[in-house]
Design a protein around this ligand. Structure first.
Ligand code: BGC
Length: 790
């Protein structure tokens, strides 16, 4: 098993003291910097050693064949895989005659810090060469939130005890060699040398590389320039070949003297623009960054983050480790979405090649609600991307003999890339998930211009899909959706999955309402009165099965009739089950990979009474193995709602520490964006009890004993709201904007601007704590906190 990285608990930083070469790949994901457009893994400046080199540009991918032993109609034949583009992070150093490499000589000091308030990755090193010369090296790296094509590094070298000759080589490198990948299906395919050279240039302190991807034909440009400060006599040389540009700075440094190099790196890519156009684009971005300067970029970054934290920060008293984790989580969610701008937000953001860089429903159900409440325009942009890929989704629906749009289960540029259809094509809920994110965004922002231009079309096309995918059974007068796969990937091709049916019902109703608000636009989309009536009827008659015998809502119509998985004879090392059992075995049994019906109870809170939620939660807990990182946060939310506050707290710990503690042993391939977003959700929707249902914002806060206070901020309809929760009461204050009407534990309150309104928290009678499958109980968070030294 891989070792776990360990980061000391700090409020606003993730720091690594020393360097652990065994966990290099993990820390590269943790320390990844991104703005949603560019993604840089936290590789060491000198490039080696590395776990996995990685530089990504959102949507730059290559095509690769998806071979099948036995093909079938409409199986996707070509997959898209994120590629490692030109690496501009590399800065190598020669000290005397020795290359700086942490594996040689003596590493006296090594520290890296991800600074969540300044949005930079700092590194401080003291290194003694094998021949006994000591240097201080420090670097600060950033990917700019304000200039989306720009990344920059400030690199400094200083001799400690004796004069030294140093050579700093700053590079752009394309087609870096990648280590071989494992067979785990969650790991992405590594494509060798995906870039073909088009242009290379070096002149003075500047250099540029333009390439194209071999099959997908995208043009990718990277350029760099440097500001060099040092004692007189520094020599600057530059050279280029097809895959490398190098600017070298050579000189003598005395103790007390310092060489400081600021490297500006610009990226650009296009599927349409020409090589000269991309060349000019990156050069222009570089000019703007140079004009701003290093200090200017830092100042812009800090301003951007100050604004974000004022709108989004979550404060916690009683558990500093989770405090750190939730800020780290929000930072990565921000990085994934801030400047994605009509491009996908992949399951790993731009932090690693896991899942081939694909975006899934993770975005709409887990990430976008967080962005909607903290940085709404980023959520809107992610949905605009869905609108942009509607052409493919409509084509896919036609291929499948359906109307409207069938969005891909996993993709980068819009076409279906899932080769396993029972958990791909059949997971139609993704369409309703997108519709859900649209209504969540519109309800939270009142952005009806967006609804008219973007939301309506998404709602209409997905409503059309549901109307043609399901059917009205005239004998029972029910609208049924048969043979689909819900969120739980250990059940497939089930009839009337409750999550899917509730989401589809919501989708159909939302389409009916949006059409009423925008009749002219609806006409342009060819919507007829009959069609709208048929959506309304399907929603009204949507079949939501119920198991009278057990008194619970079944996950799907037949689920509770299946045999229960033999948990007693499943050993701890057989998890995740998908790597040890054939799907055939899993599909026939009651065993749940990830929250499904439990998620339905979170997103459609009003469709269940509290008593039903308690019974259902108690039923599903012993069947849910959490083989997906998407599960713990949802279980936290429902556990909190039904009064299982300690259990909710344990799940919060799991969701929030998924990456910092590498709980699933795969953070090397990138961070888990849904689980990171889920840390916020577990706190805000779990202990804060926040729900947004049919335009009504409600809270039902309640804390576990150990947490003394939880405070969070959200943006809602142009107002900024701060909610503070303690053991006995909750205080709401609209910090700016206009008054808000919210619900606190079923009672409506009007919140004026600037005034704190406090309400008591009623007690809840919870049943006994439910069990989980043996060996799958979440770690007790309380015990962890008690163990942590002050
Ligand atoms: C989960 C899916 C999820 C995907 C990407 C799978 O393991 O079952 O629900 O979309 O990972 O995160």
């Amino acid at each position: 098993m891989m070792k776990q990285p360990a980061y000391p608990v700090e409020e606003w930083s993730v720091r690594e003291k020393g360097i652990n070469l065994d966990t290099l790949a993990q820390s590269e994901s943790i320390f990844a910097l991104s703005n949603g457009h560019i993604g840089l893994r936290g590789n060491l400046d000198e490039g080696e050693p590395h776990g996995l080199p990685g530089t990504y540009l959102n949507s730059v991918c290559e095509l690769r064949p998806l071979p099948y032993a036995e093909g079938g109609y409409a199986y996707p034949e070509s997959g898209q895989t994120v590629i490692n583009v030109t690496d501009g992070k590399i800065i190598r150093l020669l000290v005397g005659d020795e290359p700086f490499d942490v594996r040689y000589g003596k590493l006296e000091e090594h520290e890296r810090e991800l600074d969540l308030r300044n949005g930079v990755l700092r590194r401080n090193v003291r290194w003694t060469t094998p021949t006994g010369r000591t240097v201080k090296v420090s670097s600060t790296r950033m990917v700019s939130f304000t200039q989306r094509a720009i990344s920059a590094i400030c690199y400094e070298v200083e001799p400690i005890d004796a004069p030294l000759r140093v050579v700093v080589q700053s590079e752009l490198i394309a087609n870096e060699a990648l280590p071989p990948q494992s067979k785990d299906p969650r790991v992405g395919a590594a494509l060798e040398s995906p870039l073909e050279g088009e242009e290379h240039q070096a002149e003075g302190t500047r250099g540029l590389l333009v390439h194209h991807t071999r099959v997908s034909g995208l043009i990718v440009g990277a350029a760099m320039d440097h500001r060099i400060e040092g004692p007189p006599g520094m020599v600057v040389e530059s050279e280029s070949i097809a895959d490398v540009v190098r600017v070298s700075v050579t000189g003598q440094l005395k103790p007390g003297e310092r060489l400081r190099i600021v490297k500006f790196i610009a990226y650009g890519w296009s599927s349409l623009r020409s090589r000269p156009a991309i060349h000019d684009q990156v050069m222009a971005a570089l000019s703007a960054a140079r004009a701003t300067g290093w200090e200017g970029l830092l100042a812009e970054q800090r301003d951007f983050l100050d604004n974000f934290w004022a709108n989004a920060d979550v404060e916690l008293e009683g558990d500093p480790e989770i405090q750190q984790a939730v800020r780290f989580a929000l930072f990565h969610v921000l990085q994934a979405g801030a400047r994605a701008e009509r491009r996908p937000i992949p399951a790993k953001g731009l932090t690693g090649p896991g899942y081939d860089g694909h975006a899934f429903w993770d975005t709409e159900v887990f990430v976008l609600p967080v962005l909607t409440m903290t940085m709404p325009h980023a959520a809107a942009d992610a949905l605009r991307w869905r609108q942009m890929i509607l052409t493919y989704a409509k084509e896919r629906a036609r291929q499948l003999g359906l109307r409207g749009a069938a969005f891909p289960w996993r993709t980068i540029r819009g076409v279906e890339c899932s080769g396993y259809w029972p958990a791909g094509t059949a997971a139609f809920h993704i369409n309703a998930d997108i519709a859900y994110a649209v209504t969540y965004y519109v309800d939270a922002t009142d952005d009806f211009a967006f609804e008219k231009e973007v939301g309506l079309e998404l709602l209409v096309e997905t409503a059309r899909l549901w109307r043609s995918l399901g059917y009205l059974n005239t004998a029972t007068n029910q609208f049924r959706i048969d043979g689909i796969t819900g969120p739980d990937e250990y059940s497939a091709l089930a009839d009337n999955n409750v999550y899917t049916n509730l989401m589809a019902q919501h989708n159909l109703r939302a389409a009916v309402e949006a059409v009423k608000r925008h009749p002219e636009k609806a006409q342009e989309l060819g919507v007829s009165d009959d069609e709208v009536a048929s959506w309304g009827e399907a929603a009204e008659k949507m079949f939501i099965p119920y198991d009278e015998r057990l008194g619970v809502t079944p996950q799907d119509e037949n689920f509770t009739r299946h045999e229960i998985w033999d948990f007693a004879h499943t050993s701890p090392d057989q998890y995740p089950l998908l790597l040890h059992f054939h799907y055939f075995s899993l599909y026939r049994k009651q065993v749940i990979k990830q929250a499904d019906l439990v998620l339905a109870m979170q997103l459609h809170s009003n469709a269940f009474t509290l008593e039903q939620k308690m019974r259902n939660f108690a039923y599903y807990e012993p069947l849910t193995v959490r083989d997906s990182s998407l599960s713990a946060n949802t279980q936290a939310v429902l556990a909190a709602e039904v009064g299982q506050l300690q259990l909710a707290y344990d799940y919060l710990g799991e969701a929030a520490l998924m990456d910092l503690k590498d709980l699933e042993h795969n953070v090397r391939d990138g961070v888990h964006m849904a689980s990171l977003a889920g840390a916020w959700t577990a706190l805000v929707c779990g202990f804060g009890g926040m729900r947004l249902q049919r335009g009504v914002l409600s809270f039902a806060p309640r804390l576990p004993d150990i947490l003394e206070k939880l405070a969070f901020h959200i943006l809602f309809r142009g107002s900024r709201l701060r909610v503070e929760v303690t053991a006995t009461e909750a205080t709401y204050r609209v910090l700016d904007g206009s008054p808000l009407r919210v619900i606190h534990h079923t009672k409506e309150i009007l919140l004026p601007v600037g005034e704190a309104i406090t309400r008591p928290i009623p007690a809840i009678e919870a049943g006994p704590r439910p069990n989980q499958p043996p060996g799958r109980e979440p770690v007790s968070r309380q015990k962890q906190v008690e163990k942590t030294p002050e």
